[in-house]
Design a binder for this molecule. Structure first.
Ligand SMILES: Nc1ncnc2c1ncn2[C@@H]1O[C@H](COP(=O)(O)OP(=O)(O)OP(=O)(O)O)[C@@H](O)[C@H]1O
Length: 357
């Protein structure tokens, strides 16, 4: 349905989108997830033809967005981050205006407007001026605009930003409804939103795709590892080597706790591997007393932060399994899996985008 190939956008020296490639298939909801400034809006704007790419191509249903913009844009409905609604029109006037803009045939126009207004539940507001609507209702008007004409693909840029929790739930329910007839791509910086709504998640960081999978798989991957946090007294290399020698240990990180003259040690293991006893005996062997030991699961949030925080994006061969190569997915190693995982971002960030622009 949509093919994005080596898409690049540079603003002067700054590369906002860096060789992105992925495919979007029909009838699913795709989540485009990344922290503020990751390049989500820029990508959406290139897919929808709002801005031109520096390099690369976007094809929608086989039509190149720059070479055949009209044919390509017919397949898309777009709700930008700031819906460009006219504040001095009533909802109904605006819907008529949008229908004309999208060249909806006269004989279908009135019905379609009613259907779309019903879908997004703005029928009761038809005679209200848009400037007098709440933010949530304005968002619905923007959504109605994207749906008008029933395009194959509906693209929504941060559709719930600035909404209250009730409005967020309503908009999410609406988005799920859209899946029955449309392919939906939505961008968000909130993992819980993407997990709740999407069939497939693409994680973007510093303009690059760093992971892509179903929310279920991403969730499972995070469940697949544990961390053992300890305070240990002794010689650094000796402790490290002893821990690394334990079966099931994936990685060991050590930091000096100067105050207590102890090593603060984090050991990452596979989830099913409880190595606490082995650690106890190993440390006893090397005369390194354990002052503290805590076992905990790695949260999705930690993994998402790890994936998206790095200044240096994960290299191409570690990167994504897009839907078309999903079959090869099953045999991935645990290590790769963790790198392809995302996380839950606290709900309190919902209404606070902050960040750069
Ligand atoms: N017109 C522009 N000129 C210069 N730099 C820009 C422009 N638009 C975006 N950028 C930069 O490109 C990067 C990606 O921005 P983009 O808006 O695509 O990120 P985003 O993931 O959508 O973030 P947000 O969630 O905050 O909207 C940012 O560093 C941003 O500052």
């Amino acid at each position: 349905m949509i093919e994005v190939n080596n898409l690049v956008k540079r603003y002067g020296n700054h590369t906002a989108v860096d060789h992105l490639s992925f495919k979007i298939e029909k009838g699913k909801i795709y989540g485009f997830l990344g922290p503020n400034g990751a390049g989500k809006s820029t990508t959406m704007n290139m897919i929808t033809g709002y801005i031109a790419s520096t390099e690369g191509t976007v094809k929608i249903d086989g039509h190149d967005i720059l070479e055949e913009p009209e044919a390509a844009k017919k397949c898309i409905g777009y709700l930008p981050e700031q819906p460009p609604v006219y504040f001095d029109m009533t909802v109904l006037e605006y819907m008529k205006f949008v229908a004309d803009l999208k060249k909806i045939p006269k004989d279908k126009k009135a019905n379609m407007i009613e259907e779309v207004m019903d879908m997004v539940k703005i029928s009761d507001m038809r005679n209200r001026l848009i400037k007098n609507l709440s933010k949530g209702y304005r968002q619905r008007v923007g959504l109605a605009e994207a749906i008008m004409g029933y395009p194959e693909v509906i693209i929504l840029d941060e559709p719930t930003v600035g909404l209250d929790p009730k409005q967020i739930i309503e908009i999410r329910t609406l988005i799920k409804e859209l899946k029955k007839k449309h392919t939906v791509i939505l961008s968000s910086h909130i993992l819980s939103e993407v997990s709740a709504v999407c069939d497939y998640v693409l994680i973007i960081s510093h303009g690059k795709l760093v992971a892509s999978d179903t929310p279920e798989n991403l969730g499972k991957l995070a469940e697949g590892s544990n961390t053992l946090e300890m305070l240990i007294k002794g010689e650094k290399t000796q402790i490290r080597l002893a821990l690394e020698g334990i079966e099931g240990v994936n990685s060991v990180t050590m930091e000096k706790d100067e105050k207590q003259n102890l090593w603060s040690v984090k050991v990452s293991t596979e989830e099913q591997n409880d190595i606490r006893e082995k650690v106890f005996y190993k440390m006893s062997e090397i005369n390194s007393p354990i002052y503290e030991m805590k076992s905990r699961k790695v949260s999705l949030e930690e993994i998402f932060l790890e994936l998206t925080a790095s200044d240096k994006p994960i290299s191409a061969d570690e990167v994504p399994n897009t839907p078309e190569d999903k079959d090869t997915d099953a045999g991935r190693s645990n290590e790769t899996n963790v790198k392809q995982t995302s996380a839950e971002i606290p709900e309190e960030q919902n209404n606070d985008k902050g960040g750069e622009k």
